[in-house]
Design a protein around this ligand. Structure first.
Ligand code: MG
Length: 476
């Protein structure tokens, strides 16, 4: 008998039929509060629990000790906007039109007329319909016009900057970096040194206010994206310079949120996720070690990111998952945990519950994972094999660990044996190359490649006009 993908009866049947008495009680009957702490450009090697010896991250390390840490978790893009589109929709960025636009911008810039299409179903809309109070606190970057802000995509509350903190380029006509509440600019330029502190206060306040109901909080931090800032309490304190200061303030912030949950007796009923939108650029103190490549690159360091899931009593403490999972999985996982229906339109992610709850025999649901950069499919992973497609040209600024210059030859690597992605195994494994090429062709046909549209692509929305948001009138 086939069970519906996300029904509570499926969960019930799983509990009754499972031979494993240790299987935690998951459930639709007790859906958890959901908090996603989402850093900007935090690298794979930037946390103590992922091997950093420079950044002090005791609070985040404690989160990992009390939950599950993933070794092979991927963002769907090595840059900001597409990665966030995946988290919100459960789709590859190209499927929802949020990859690079026709003007050549990798990510959205201020006053862009483009934004996430209202016809897409976001994870916030799904949870709001399930009775959750929803908040987005931090950097959005899926469109800065009021029609594209979080409040138009299922969030009851929004407080943060609408795009990256380096986007106040005068010669491009960018306005001063706005700090926005709901759809109104409340400060410009935003004082960046206190952003992490103020985000934390907003999150704690939202939890306190909604402690009697279920809540979903999405906290996309501004840092450690450049330029780096930290508040007085953290500035100049880290052995890793300004980068470390900003990471250690995010660690403090995580501790404050966990303390708040503990104080209100909500820890046992809250799933906390900690992750990053893409890899570090590898300069300025950031690290993707032991991975090769950096932000903007389809080497592992550009797209494989830390991922910690913490839910005491439900997710076993101190566990590690080595199965492939991605940012696209959050939406279907949250649907599963709250007995919500999946969006009607096709998505690409999968429910992580079997991995999180260590169901017997649980494996990654991905037949293949696609590494897109800009508009281009650059690599595909199946199992431990990764096939780098041949490229006409590579971008030298972002690809220090890759061959740069006029182009790149195809290469097959085994990620379990060769994390540096150095040794080409295509000559000894031609059948693997053929198999991965078939997957790549399927992705190009359905999701598209370069200027070629895919058969399953859906558009972003482009407004007819746009304008800079203006400051609210001062409060009398
Ligand atoms: Mg980023």
């Amino acid at each position: 008998m086939l069970l519906p993908y996300t029904s509570r009866w499926a969960t019930f049947a799983l509990l009754i039929l499972s031979p494993c008495s240790m299987l935690p009680v998951v459930a639709a009957d007790t859906p958890p509060n959901l908090i996603v702490i989402f850093c900007d450009d935090l690298g794979y090697g930037d946390l103590g629990c992922y091997g950093s010896t420079k950044n002090r991250t005791p609070q985040i390390d404690r989160l990992a000790e009390g939950g599950m840490r993933f070794s092979d978790f991927y963002s769907s893009s090595p840059v900001c906007t597409p990665s966030r589109a995946s988290l919100m929709t459960g789709c590859y960025p190209r499927r929802v039109g949020m990859h690079e636009d026709a003007t050549g911008h990798w990510v959205l810039i201020p006053r862009s007329r483009r934004g996430l299409h209202p016809a897409e179903t976001t994870v916030a809309e799904i949870l709001k319909a399930q009775g959750y109070a929803t908040a987005c606190v931090g950097k959005w970057h899926l469109g800065d016009q009021p029609e594209h802000l979080p409040t138009a995509h299922g969030f009851d509350f929004y407080y943060g900057i609408p795009y990256s903190n380096d986007m106040q380029v005068a010669k491009r006509g960018d306005p001063p970096l706005p700090l926005v509440q709901q759809t109104t600019v409340i400060e410009a330029p935003a004082t960046q040194s206190t952003l992490t502190q103020r985000y934390t206060e907003q999150v704690v306040s939202f939890i306190e206010k909604h402690q009697k109901q279920r809540f979903f909080i999405y906290l996309p931090h501004t840092f450690p994206h450049l330029p780096l800032f930290a508040s007085d309490k953290f500035r100049g304190k880290s052995a890793n310079g300004r980068y470390g200061d900003s990471v250690e303030e995010i660690d403090w912030s995580t501790g404050e949120i966990m303390n708040c949950l503990e104080r209100l007796g909500l820890t046992e009923n809250t799933l906390v996720i900690f992750t990053s939108d893409n890899g570090s650029n590898g300069r300025n103190g950031g690290s993707n070690r032991p991975l090769a490549g950096a932000k903007g690159s389809t080497m592992e360091g550009g797209m494989r990111v830390p991922f910690i899931a913490h839910w005491p009593g439900r997710i076993a403490a101190g566990t590690r998952c080595t199965e492939l999972a991605t940012m696209m999985d959050l939406l279907p996982t949250f649907c599963s945990l709250t007995a919500a229906r999946l969006p009607e339109k096709p998505i690409d992610g999968f429910d992580l519950s079997p991995l999180l709850f260590q169901s017997p025999g649980a494996k990654s649901a991905y037949q293949a994972f696609y590494y897109y950069r800009r508009r281009q499919l650059q690599a595909v992973r199946v199992g431990d094999w990764k096939y780098h497609l041949p490229l006409q040209a590579t971008h030298p600024r972002w690809t220090s660990a890759e061959p740069t210059g006029p182009g790149r030859a195809a290469k097959l690597v085994n990620l379990r044996q060769d994390l540096a992605e150095k040794n080409d195994a295509s000559q000894t494994h031609p059948q693997v190359v053929s198999r991965l090429k078939r997957h790549a062709q399927e992705a190009m046909a359905t999701l598209g490649n370069d200027a070629n549209e895919g058969s399953q692509q859906r558009p972003a929305r482009t407004l007819k006009t746009s304008s800079p948001m203006t400051l609210a009138a001062p409060v009398p």
